[in-house]
Design a protein around this ligand. Structure first.
Ligand code: ADP
Ligand code: MG
Length: 247
């Protein structure tokens, strides 16, 4: 059974068709990376999957369950999907430890001591133990995003959605965050990732999907996609990235 199966997904904002009859299947432990110019529909697609946007047509099957069906409990679905976005993920008035233990306690009913043990183990594994009792604004952007990712995975989600999690960071901090995500891949986390970092796509993606106008124009291994693009659209996209020094 697939971890995620998107069938014939369609989404418009007003007259603009943003996701167009899109199909996507993600196996358990698989990592797929969405690339495409700004406005191509990457964020909307991820937001539809965790039910932050309502789809107009199609089906979203998560681990065998149709989460796009009428009457589905959206909060329950979201509790089984981890999501991290570009920035502003952490609650500023809570410490790192409080941020990470919030969902386990409130959503999953795990006791405070147990949640703290889990959180401290994760922080320790990823070199963030000293930050446990600090407030987010005292952390670097890279540390904040790493904490946000740990917060998203502490309850062992079925699926982790990452939307441009490094785009607000400078290169050294980007590397820290990407190395954490690589470790999660090694752990077997199932992920759908939107990124501008082609080096990262090359490293973690089992498959790269190129989106334009809400359609998957081309897909393949990172090597096929980045070294041997076939469609004119993908060639143009890569050319533009190269011109901007971002390939
Ligand atoms: P990407 O993440 O690839 O940059 P988005 O999914 O953010 O693309 O946007 C895809 C298209 O949908 C864009 O044209 C954008 O302007 C439009 N869009 C996104 N969110 C909204 C919204 N809430 N209301 C209206 N239009 C939106
Ligand atoms: Mg986006």
């Amino acid at each position: 059974m697939s971890a995620l199966n998107l069938i014939n997904l369609r989404k418009s904002f007003g007259a603009e068709l943003v996701i167009s009859d899109l199909h996507l299947r993600l196996q358990k432990h698989q990592v797929k990376v969405l690339i495409g110019a700004s406005g191509s529909g990457k964020s909307t697609l991820l937001r539809c999957i965790n039910l932050l946007e309502e789809i107009d047509d199609g089906q979203i099957i998560l681990d065998g369950e149709d989460i796009s069906a009428v009457g589905i409990d959206a909060d329950k679905v979201r509790a089984s999907i981890g999501s991290v976005f570009q920035a502003f993920n952490l609650f500023p008035h809570l410490t790192v430890l409080q941020n990470i233990t919030l969902a386990p306690r409130l959503v999953h009913g795990i006791s405070q001591p147990e949640a703290e043990v889990d959180a401290l183990n994760l922080l320790s594994r990823f070199g963030l133990s000293e930050k446990a009792h600090q407030y987010p604004d005292l952390l670097s952007g890279g540390q904040q995003q790493r904490v946000a990712i740990l917060r998203a995975i502490i309850c062992k989600p079925k699926l982790l959605l990452l939307d441009e999690v490094t785009s607000a960071l400078d290169p050294v901090l980007i590397a820290e965050v990407l190395s954490l995500i690589s470790e999660l891949k090694n752990d077997g986390m199932t992920m759908l990732i939107a990124t501008h970092e082609m080096g990262f796509a090359r490293k973690v993606a089992d498959e790269v999907l190129f989106l334009k106008g809400g359609e998957i124009i081309e897909s393949g291994t990172p090597h096929q996609m980045l070294e041997k693009p076939e469609s004119a659209e993908l060639k143009n996209f890569l050319f533009a990235l190269e011109q901007a020094g971002r390939l």
